[in-house]
Ligand binder design. Structure first.
Ligand code: XIL
Length: 426
């Protein structure tokens, strides 16, 4: 089974997507044990917002409150905590079998004045009180908490200047995690930040801090990568740049989560580039066993804190899925070649698929439905057909017969779904 006439390639990855009937993001995420989530305002699920409400619980299996759990809203005064908005979201999540990420306990922003003023001693005791109060209220219900948010300076690799840091010192972070551990021992505790997707001064400062915390026995379990990004970040190197950074955190034994992704489409850039950036972040995550969570910071473009004109999210203002949605769905749906071994095994037992074998660079049609000859067609990036071949189920197709340049192959099995494989050259 060879496609005659193509030079030997060196292929390092395959992205497989399906054209045909689709289930929501949540359906595929659950097959591979991934938490796919969204940040919501409580108004999305109350009142007459049925469209928002339906979309959120259909497409996602994880939720975070965009603002309702921030101290300013939940703790307007020390003796009057107001959990009502956040409780509505948590109840909605639990009713719909969704996980909850808590966001956030200790931050420089959106604080009531009582919480973040005073001496070192009073700041520490306010922090402890707040953590115990909020985590205690939700004890046992959340799987993650962002214990400390945005503690690092944008430039220079230091800490962000804020009352927690300037009055207490860098150990405010350690104290927060120790208090949090006691308040809900079953919850994974995260240090969350932005501009930390790649190796730079800021992500290195975060890396050094979590490494030191682990050495000192401070209970930190994961690092949150907010991933508020832009389409201009899309380059052929993007996957590798993210991965080399995420990998060093995973090597410390930490869980990796993309906690707040949105991709601004800068002037002139289009939805397709945005889709590639979203998919690239997800693909990196899916290639790592320590990756558990992919959360999008809002539902529709106009819901985004970045402003409607940025078109930063995966649904348009009429709740229609954008190309970014399709690209995420494709990665979730046919992730075989991208998954670490343990997830791949899980996935294959449930679906059956085209299986990429990196050892001998072949693709095998491993699908009970394809128990008859299938037609494989390859197209170049402009859509021109380069080859057509018939292959039998369970017969390994050597990728060495495909072109080195990126291209697309389509598998059509009569009477079954049509499958498209994008082949990315090295
Ligand atoms: C943003 C919300 O989306 C806005 O509605 C609010 O006005 C400000 O905060 N990093 C974070 C989030 O950790 O809490 C921020 O959310 C976005 C940046």
């Amino acid at each position: 089974m060879r496609l005659i006439g193509f030079p030997l390639p060196s292929l390092f990855t395959i992205v497989i997507s399906v054209i045909g009937r689709t289930e929501p993001l949540r359906y595929y995420a659950e097959k591979i044990g991934l938490n796919i989530g969204v940040a919501i305002k409580e108004t999305y699920i109350t009142g007459n917002n049925q469209t928002h409400n339906n979309l959120v619980r259909t497409e996602f299996n994880t939720i975070v409150c965009e603002n309702a759990m921030k101290a300013q809203n939940i703790a307007p005064a020390q003796n009057s905590y107001n959990f009502s908005a956040a409780d509505q979201v948590v109840n909605f999540a639990l009713q719909n079998q969704m996980k909850v990420r808590g966001h956030t306990l200790v931050w420089y922003n959106q604080n009531p004045s009582w919480l973040s003023g005073g001496s070192r001693q009073s700041l520490l005791s306010n922090m402890k009180y707040h953590i115990e109060k909020v985590m205690g209220h939700y004890k046992g219900k959340f799987y993650h908490w962002d214990v400390v948010n945005e503690a690092f300076a944008d430039e220079g690799g230091g800490y962000r200047s804020c009352p927690w840091y300037t009055i207490i010192g860098e150990d405010y972070i350690d104290s927060a995690f120790v208090y949090a551990r006691r308040a809900d021992p079953g919850c994974k505790l995260f240090l969350n930040d932005y501009n930390n997707s790649y190796i730079n001064d800021k992500s290195t400062a975060i890396y050094n801090k979590v490494k030191k915390m682990l050495e000192n026995g401070i209970p930190v379990h994961g690092v949150g990568f907010q991933c508020h990004e832009r389409t201009s970040k899309m380059t052929p190197e993007l996957f590798g740049r993210i991965k080399e950074n995420f990998d060093r955190f995973a090597a410390l034994g930490l869980e990796i989560a993309i906690t707040e992704i949105d991709i601004r489409t800068e002037s002139g850039s289009n939805a397709k580039v945005q889709a590639e950036v979203y998919a690239t972040f997800l693909r990196v995550g899916m290639s790592m066993p320590k990756f558990t969570t992919f959360m999008i910071w809002g539902v529709r473009d106009q819901d985004s804190w970045t402003g409607a004109e940025q078109n930063a999210l995966i649904f348009d203002n009429s709740f229609r899925p954008k190309p970014a949605y399709d690209s995420l769905l494709a990665v979730l749906k046919y992730p075989t070649s991208l998954l670490p071994v343990d997830r791949r095994a899980h996935y294959l037992t449930q679906l059956g698929d085209l299986v990429f074998n990196p050892a001998n660079n072949t693709v095998r049609v491993n699908d009970p439905l394809l128990n008859r000859p299938a037609v494989l067609e390859m197209f170049d990036l402009r859509g021109a057909r380069m080859a057509k071949v018939t292959l039998r189920a369970n017969y390994p197709l050597p990728l060495s017969s495909m072109k080195t340049a990126p291209g697309t192959a389509v598998i059509k099995a009569p009477g079954t779904t049509m499958r498209r494989i994008s082949v990315v050259g090295r």
